[in-house]
Structure formats: C-alpha cells, structure tokens
Design a protein around this ligand. Structure first.
Ligand code: ATP
Ligand code: MG
Length: 412
C-alpha cells in the first residue's frame, strides 16, 4: 500500500475516458427521458440496513462486498453497492407513493469490495432506472425495450444478447425451492462450502454460484419453468410476447437468477462476449416485494442497472472533442487575451498560444488539432484586423476584427 497510489480497484478517469463515460450516461438519460423518466440522485451512502435488509443476507454483495464503516456518530454506514435500495428508501422516506407511477433514472458511482479485473472495479459507475407502481407486464416490456434502445443509440446493440428468465411469484418460488433443495441435498458432497451454507439459508442463490464444481451440479438441477403456477407462466408469456411484438429477440435462459434477493417474475441480463469474463453489461428485474418488505407501502417495481465502464469499453470510438481555434499573440498579449474572451463568449472553443515563437505556437495549435489560427498583432492589428490561417488548407487572409465572428462561423 502506498498513499500515493489510488486505492486498489479505483481509477482516475482522464478526459478521454470521462468523455466515453459521459457519452454513455448522456445517451442513456436522453433515451430514458423519451420514455418519461426523470432523474433522481440519492446519497452515495446510506445506513447499512438499507442494503443489508434488502439485497439479501446471503447475497455476495452483502456478505463480501460492502464498504461498511462506523461514522463519527457511531452509525453503521455503507457506501452504496447498487442503486435500487437507495431509490426504494427515498420512495419511502419521501412519501412518494402519492405520485405513482414513478419513473426514475439514476447515475453515479457504486462501491463493491471485489477482486479487481478488467470490467470489475471497487468504485465503478452505473446508469439505472426504476419504474415504480405498475404491476403489469407492459412495464417489464417497456424497461427492457428502453435498455435495448439505449444500446442502439450507443451503437453497441449488435454486440449484446438479451437473456431473460422468470423467477415467478412467491408460490412458484416456494414450490421450486422445495424441488431445488431436494436435488441439491442429494449432491452435497460436490458443493462448495459456500453453497452448502446457501443451501441452508437461501438455496436459489446456489444457482448463481461462480464456483465450477457448483456449476456442474447446477447444470442438472430442476428447472424453474417446471414449477411456475398459472399466474406466473401467464405473466412471463405476456412479457415474451410483448418483446416479440417489438421485434426484440430475447433468449430464455432458465439458469438466469439475479444476485440479489428482491427479485420476482421477470429477470434479465444483457450480455456480451466482447469483454471476457465480465460479460453482463445491463441487468435487472421485477421486485414487487421490495418496498413493502422495507416497511413502505406495498408497491410493485421493475428496473435495471448498467455498468458504465463495461458499456464504455464497447463503444467503437471515443467521442471527438470540438476542434478549437488557436489565438496566437504576436506582440500584444492583452489584445490576444481580449480576443480569446470575446470569441469564447460568442461560443467558440479557443486555445490561447501561450509562449514561444510563431513556429512553436503553430506547432502547439496543430497538436490540439486546431481548425484555424488567429494571429493577433503587428500591422494587421494596427489596421484593426487579424490574420486568419486555415490550418487544414494553409490559406491565410486578413479579416477585419469587427467581422471576425462572421468569418469564423464556417469553422464551427
Ligand atoms: P457480476 O455478475 O458481473 O458480478 P452483478 O450481478 O454483481 O454482476 P449487478 O448488481 O446486477 O451486477 O449490477 C449491474 C451491472 O453493474 C452489471 O451488469 C455490471 O455491468 C455492473 N457492475 C457490477 N459490479 C461491477 C463492478 N465491480 N465493476 C464494474 N461494473 C460492475
Ligand atoms: Mg457481482
């Protein structure tokens, strides 16, 4: 450990990378707005129970990954590992049940103490959304379509597959749980220590194990789809039918379970093979029991979250910055400074050539990929004019100061 290193699993985002992140976030919010979503920003830390009671006592996130500490008042505080619990807490504490249905988009950093790898960080970023108050499958269809729409707008849709499953309602889950426990109990000797504990406390979680031995056992486990009651089956069929009607190809993956406890009915993941082991870029599902279980008014909900780092790695190119104008003082620095300010206020992106001879300053202008250079000084300035050089063609002309903005308009 060195105090001059970033903490393991954290990163400084330099301008090129923040541009990719911003593009992901801005496109996501822009599309979400078209579906009627507004933005919510909850605190990045909450009382620990907000997460421990909702994500599930046996989930990976709660058992191994949370950044939890006692603050100076002795309260147990946790840096948020995900967004849904905080939004649900805000819904309850803000009395937002008057305003249903609610469509909320969020973005920002999340914190999980995981083993860092490509696409897996300890501070990472998500964009996500929650649709609260609608228990109809139409909401499920709409939020999945919205996710796909965002990937379209980012130009990465062809790299991503939509996988979907149902976890059914409470009755179906209880029936399945029984069958699963019976099956897993017959294979105890092949299960990891962790899965043995989960078998006691939350057997569904075994299906989500990343241990290879566990996965081999899980391959032959009973299928959830065989234990769905009529309501759950009908709900899922309606979701699948709606996606089909929208032309959205989704692959039913009967092994898909989510890592957190609060899900029911629809669960989905958008996955890619382009990022190695960290293949899930967007994931979510329905959580009708969550808000009631937290002590709020029983309210259905569905949502998803997407990893900004993972999506930004899928982008083909870093979004370009605008090519600036270079203003180069030839003698009268104040005149050049004034002109820079004037052009920036007129909306131009302007780089001031700070020092060196003309050649050096032009080299610097080329380095920042300037579109044109405005040379300020000498005879031209005495005539209330500047020299304007097109840095692509090399052509230079004299332009009166008063009509400079007009002349520069073609370089925007
Ligand atoms: P994984 O199986 O990859 O651990 P998860 O099920 O823990 O994912 P979610 O809690 O569903 O992930 O979070 C939603 C999305 O956030 C993920 O699909 C992923 O894109 C992103 N994400 C989750 N954890 C990390 C992390 N540690 N670093 C970077 N991105 C992450
Ligand atoms: Mg995880």
């Amino acid at each position: 450990m060195s105090a001059l290193q970033p903490v393991r699993g954290t990163h400084d985002l330099l301008p090129e990378e923040t541009r990719r992140h911003r593009r992901v976030e801005e496109v996501a919010f822009e599309i979400a707005r078209r579906y009627g979503f507004g933005e919510i920003a909850t605190p990045i830390f909450e009382f620990t129970e907000v997460f421990s009671r909702t994500l599930g006592e046996t989930s990976d996130v709660v058992t191994k990954e949370m950044y939890t500490f006692a603050d100076r008042s002795g309260d147990s505080i946790t840096l948020r590992p995900e967004g849904t619990a905080g939004v649900a807490r805000a819904f309850i504490s803000g009395g937002l049940s008057q305003h249903l249905p609610l469509k909320l988009f969020y973005r920002g950093p999340m914190f999980r103490h995981e083993r860092p790898q490509k696409g897996r960080l300890r501070q990472f970023h998500q964009v996500g959304l929650e649709l609260l108050g609608i228990d109809s499958p139409q909401a499920d269809i709409e939020v999945i379509a919205l996710g796909a729409h965002i990937l379209d707008a980012l130009g990465v849709r062809d790299k991503v597959t939509i996988e979907i499953n149902t976890l059914g309602d409470g009755e179906s889950r209880a029936a399945y749980r029984g069958a699963l426990v019976a099956y897993l109990s017959g294979h105890k000797h092949r299960l990891s220590q962790e899965s043995l504990e989960r078998l006691e406390r939350n057997p569904l979680r075994v299906l989500d194990s990343k241990d290879e031995g566990d996965r081999a056992v899980v391959t032959d486990a009973p299928l959830f789809s065989d234990y769905l009651n009529e309501t759950s089956r009908g709900f899922f069929d309606r979701v699948l039918g709606g996606l089909e009607a929208l032309g959205l190809a989704a692959t039913v993956n009967p092994r898909l379970v989510r890592g957190l406890d609060y899900y029911c009915h629809t669960a989905f993941e958008f996955t890619t093979t382009a990022l190695g082991a960290q293949g899930t870029v967007l994931a979510g599902g329905r959580y009708d029991g969550l808000i009631g279980q937290m002590g709020g008014p029983s309210t259905p909900g569905i949502g998803w979250a997407a990893g900004v780092e993972r999506l930004s790695m899928l982008l083909d190119a870093t979004p370009p910055t605008e090519r600036p104008l270079a203003v180069i003082p030839l003698g009268d620095e104040d005149a050049a400074l004034r002109l820079c300010e004037r052009l920036r206020r007129a909306g131009f992106t302007v780089e001031l050539g700070y020092s060196g001879n003309l050649k050096k300053r032009l080299a610097r202008a080329n380095k920042v990929n300037a579109r044109a250079a405005v040379l300020v000084g000498g005879d031209e300035l005495a005539r209330q004019a500047v020299a304007l050089r097109d840095l692509d063609s090399g052509e230079q002309e004299e332009v009166p100061l008063r009509s400079l903005e007009e002349r520069l308009a073609r370089f925007r």
